[in-house]
Design a protein around this ligand. Structure first.
Ligand code: 4AD
Ligand code: MG
Length: 460
C-alpha cells in the first residue's frame, strides 16, 4: 500500500512505468545540460542517483531538503551505481536552508553529531547502526524463540535495586497543586520507587512459572563515570530459565545466542554496515564459526594469569590485579585480547564483588568464598554480558540479604519464589549497546543508540 523504498527499488527490475521516490537530498551536482542529485530514504546504504535532463527541475533542491520525485527507473550508464532515476517531476516537500543545515556533506565530528542527535540519523553511520540494532534484536528474538523461550514484558518502575549498586534513579510524583505541601504524598506508590536497573528479579518470578523467559528492555543507571561503555539509559537482553544447576549452561546459552547473531549479521545482505565496519566481518565470522566452545576460565585462574603478566611487565596495568579485587576494564581487555584472543567467559567471582542473589559455590571441591557467576569478556570492549545461577535455597538467600542489608519487607516476594516450589534457575543480561559496539567496531556506546542519555546529557 506504500510506494517502494529506495532499497526495494534498487533491487527491482527497471521498467518504463513511472515510479515515485521519496527521500532526502544528500548532494546536488549541477552541470550545464544535466543535474544529478543523490537521494536517500535511509532504507539502503546506497542512495539513488536522480538525473535531471531538464536542469530547471533541480533548481529548488538543496542538501537536506525532502522531495518526492517521479520518473523512470533505468540502468545507469554512469560509474558507481547500477540504476538511476530519470526525473520528470519534482515536488519539494520540505525545504532546508543549506546555510544553516547542521548535517553538511563534509566529515562531521562525533561531538558535533552528539550536539545534533535529533538530526544525526541522517548520516550513513547512524543509519547503519540503527539498522544493525534492528537486525540484532530480530535475530536474538529468533534464537530464543527457537530455544523455547517466551518473550515477556517486565515493568520499568520497580521497588528494588536489583544490582544493589545504588545507581537506581528514584521516581517521584509531581506535587499536587490542590494540596498544601505538607500534605503532598512523598510516594505515589506508598513506598520508594525507582526506574529499573535490570529486569532480572521480575524475570525470575516469571521463569518460576513459565520456565524460559526473556526480554529486551530499557534499563536505567545513575552512572556518573564518563566512559565509552556506560550510558544512563541503555537496553539489555535478559534471559532467565528454570531447571538449570550448572553455570556452564548459562555460558552455553549466552554463547549460542551470540554465535547466532554474529552469523545472521554476517550473512545478511541488509544495509547494517558502513564500509569500514564491513572489514570486521571475517573476525566476527571466525568467532561465530569456531569449532571449539569459547574458552571458560575461573576468576582465580584469570587473576593468576594477570598477576604473572603484571609481575613480568609491571607498567602495563594502572591497577595491580589480586584475588578479591574487581577486574578493571584494562584487565578484562587484556584477558580477551591477549590471553584468549577472542571472547572469554570468566566464572566464579568472589561473592563480595557480586550482587546478593548469586548462588554460593558450596559443593565439595568448590571455593565457598565464590559464587556461580559468569562475565563474558570480548576484545576491544571488556565486559559484554554477565549472568549467574540464582540462590534458590531460602536459608542461604536470607543470609545473603542480611549481609547486603536488604529488608524482608521489600524482598519478601523474592523469598516467596524460593518458598513455593522454587526451582534451581539462572540467567544473564547482555548490554545491547555494547553488543552493537563490539559488532560494528564503533568505539563509544553513545554512538550505538539512536538518542543517547549519559550523565549530564539529555538534549531531547
Ligand atoms: O552486569 P550487569 O550489571 O548485570 C545485571 O544487571 C544482571 N542483573 C543481568 C542478569 O543477570 N539478568 O549488567 C549486564 C550488562 C553488562 O554486562 C553490560 O553489558 C550492560 O548490561 N550494562 C551497561 N551498558 C551500558 N551502560 C551501562 N551503564 C551499563 N551497565 C551495564
Ligand atoms: Mg556486570
Amino acid at each position: 500500500c506504500l510506494p517502494p523504498t529506495i532499497r526495494q527499488l534498487l533491487s527491482s527490475r527497471t521498467a518504463s512505468d513511472p515510479v515515485q521516490v521519496n527521500g532526502w537530498v544528500k548532494s546536488v551536482r549541477r552541470q550545464k545540460k544535466v543535474a544529478f542529485a543523490m537521494i536517500s530514504d535511509g532504507s539502503s546504504d546506497k542512495g539513488l542517483q536522480a538525473v535531471f535532463t531538464k536542469v530547471d527541475l533541480a533548481k529548488p533542491l538543496t542538501n537536506g531538503c525532502s522531495v518526492r520525485l517521479t520518473g523512470k527507473l533505468a540502468d545507469s550508464p554512469g560509474k558507481g551505481q547500477d540504476k538511476e532515476l530519470q526525473v520528470d517531476q519534482v515536488e519539494l516537500l520540505g525545504e532546508c536552508d543549506p546555510a544553516e543545515y547542521p548535517i553538511q556533506k563534509q566529515a562531521l565530528s562525533v561531538e558535533h553529531l552528539r550536539d545534533h542527535c535529533h538530526l544525526r540519523a541522517r548520516t550513513d553511520e547512524i543509519t547503519a547502526m540503527i539498522r544493525l540494532r534492528d537486525l540484532a534484536s530480530r535475530s536474538l528474538c529468533r534464537y530464543f524463540e527457537d530455544q523455547g523461550f517466551c518473550y515477556v514484558h517486565t515493568p520499568i518502575t520497580t521497588s528494588s535495586d536489583c544490582e544493589g549498586a545504588g545507581e537506581a534513579f528514584r521516581i517521584a510524583p509531581p506535587p499536587s497543586p490542590d494540596l498544601p505541601s505538607s500534605e503532598n504524598p512523598a510516594e505515589f506508590f506508598g513506598r520508594p520507587a525507582y526506574l529499573t536497573v535490570s529486569s532480572q528479579l521480575h524475570l525470575e518470578a516469571l521463569a518460576n512459572a513459565i520456565s524460559r523467559v526473556y526480554t529486551l528492555s530499557p534499563c536505567f543507571r545513575a552512572e556518573r563515570s564518563q566512559t565509552n561503555r556506560h550510558l544512563a539509559e541503555f537496553w539489555m537482553l535478559e534471559a532467565e530459565w528454570a531447571f538449570t544447576r550448572d553455570i556452564d549452561d548459562v555460558c552455553t546459552v549466552l554463547e549460542g545466542s551470540l554465535r547466532h547473531v554474529l552469523k545472521q549479521a554476517g550473512a545478511s545482505g541488509e544495509p547494517v554496515w558502513t564500509a569500514g565496519e564491513r572489514a570486521r566481518l571475517p573476525q566476527l565470522q571466525a568467532y561465530a564459526d569456531s569449532d571449539t566452545a569459547w574458552p571458560r576460565l575461573t576468576y582465580a585462574a584469570a587473576v593468576a594469569e594477570l598477576e604473572a603478566f603484571h609481575a613480568a611487565s609491571p607498567r602495563t596495568f594502572d591497577f595491580a590485579p589480586a584475588w578479591g579485587r574487581p577486574l578493571q576494564s584494562e584487565h578484562e581487555r587484556w584477558l580477551a585480547e591477549h590471553l584468549a584472543r577472542g571472547p572469554l567467559f570468566v566464572t566464579d567471582y568472589p561473592a563480595h564483588l557480586k550482587a546478593f542473589y548469586m548462588r554460593q559455590n558450596d559443593a565439595p571441591g568448590r571455593d565457598p568464598r565464590t559464587v556461580a557467576c559468569v562475565d563474558l569478556l570480548v576484545p576491544g570492549l571488556g565486559e559484554l554480558a554477565g549472568g549467574s545461577l540464582r540462590e534458590e535455597r531460602e536459608d542461604r538467600l536470607r543470609g545473603a540479604m542480611v549481609r547486603f542489608g536488604l529488608g524482608e519487607e521489600e524482598y519478601g516476594w523474592y523469598l516467596d519464589l524460593r518458598r513455593y516450589g522454587g526451582a534451581p534457575h539462572g540467567g544473564f543480561g547482555l548490554g545491547f549497546e555494547r553488543l552493537i559496539s563490539w559488532m560494528s567496531g564503533v568505539e563509544n556506546v553513545r554512538e550505538c543508540i539512536p538518542i543517547p542519555r549519559w550523565a549530564g546529557r539529555m538534549l531531547l
